[in-house]
Design a protein around this ligand. Structure first.
Ligand code: GTP
Length: 343
């Protein structure tokens, strides 16, 4: 079985973290996000993977190469113009042969892919969509099914009175080649909003596969931070950081022994944390220099930032190479663009 991973989106909601880093390469527990998506595929025996790229394509191939280090074979395809989630799959049609998987590249999940493919074949479906429950479904597109799991209706951003389900599209699909014939070439097409509703309204068998396992769409800074909290507290059944810790520190860091790290905390390689600085519930990328008596709480700090002595970053998201001046303050909800100096 082959898989297409969609990694070409603009990732606007994850800015400024994705100003220079593609969403697929954003580090999760110090490894690029995409490695987890690939690892979940390969543990289910899926090792032929096509990466559908557009925005910021270069860094992914430079890092993952042919995929052999992860035990898979990677093919890279770059769209000249963004084609949307269905158009991107259509654009790699020439590499696909038979039933295949398609996945959003920004989702961490415990989805049982083997079981999903088995279900898809048993139903003779043309498409099977993984579903996950969410607490507040109002912000999502909902999928209504009958008792056998066959999809009946799609509801985009429903009115509260229309909510009959809390199951949403989990961003993973099993597809038959027939689906490709329904997607126009050289056009921007959304699989969620156009292709699936069209298949359902023309009576084709589209099924759903509900999953109750861990699932996180890491598309916003809040959810990205939540993913770290969840992984460090062991919420995923297949991935654990290896040791029972709430604090993970990368190689070559210099952390002053007087600096408390209050988990969940993730610190990348080559960081310095000065005396009496407190880091709590935060993700710090590589090469970050934190001075003395700094407080960082519930924040994400991207590569090579400098936080001056006595500064505070609380509920903030800092792009690469940001400088917070000594005594400066980055407050709740602040997003600081790459290269800026604030304080
Ligand atoms: P936002 O701009 O924050 O909405 O993020 P996004 O651009 O990643 O969009 P979204 O989260 O809806 O995309 C879901 C998945 O599809 C992500 O893995 C994207 O990288 C991918 N994706 C979205 N649009 C395209 C596209 O036009 N081409 C390709 N190849 N991938 C896409």
């Amino acid at each position: 079985m082959q898989a297409v991973i969609l990694v070409g989106g603009q990732a606007t909601r994850l800015h400024p973290l994705t100003a220079n880093t593609p969403k697929a390469m954003v580090p999760v527990l110090n490894r690029p996000f995409l490695e987890y998506v690939i690892q979940n595929l390969s543990r289910h025996g899926v090792t032929e993977i096509v990466l559908a790229q557009h925005h910021l394509a270069g860094p992914i191939e430079s890092y993952l190469g042919d995929g052999s280090q992860l035990g898979v074979r990677l093919t890279y395809v770059i769209e000249e113009e963004a084609r949307g989630t269905a158009g991107a799959i259509k654009n790699v049609e020439r590499y696909l042969d038979g039933t295949f998987l398609a996945l959003n590249g920004d989702i961490f999940s415990d989805l049982d892919i083997t079981e999903m493919v088995r279900f898809h074949k048993e139903q003779n479906a043309v498409a099977t969509i993984a579903l996950v429950p969410v607490e507040d479904p109002t912000a999502y597109g909902l999928i209504e099914t009958d008792l056998t799991g066959r999809v009946q209706r799609f509801l985009e951003k429903p009115d509260p009175s229309e909510i009959t389900t809390n199951m949403i599209n989990a961003g993973t699909y099993v597809l038959e080649p027939e689906v490709l014939t329904q997607i126009p070439s050289e056009k921007q097409v959304s699989i969620e909003r156009e292709t699936f509703p069209m298949l359902v309204s023309s009576g084709r068998p589209v099924y759903s596969f509900p999953s109750s396992g861990y699932w996180m769409d890491a598309g916003t800074p809040e959810k990205y931070l939540q993913l770290h909290r969840d992984l460090l507290s062991g919420k995923s059944t297949w991935y654990t950081p290896g040791v029972d810790v709430e604090v993970l520190i990368g190689e070559g860091c210099n952390i002053d022994p007087t600096a408390p790290l209050i988990g969940p905390v993730l610190i990348g390689a080559g960081c310095t944390i000065g005396e009496d600085s407190v880091i709590e519930d935060s993700v710090i990328w590589h090469g970050v220099q934190v001075g003395s008596r700094v407080r960082v709480k519930s924040s994400v700090v991207a590569n090579n930032c400098t936080l001056g002595d006595d500064s505070t970053v609380e509920g903030g998201v800092l792009g690469d190479h940001v400088t917070v001046v000594a005594g400066g303050r980055v407050g709740l909800g602040s997003q600081v663009e790459s290269g800026e100096t604030v304080g």
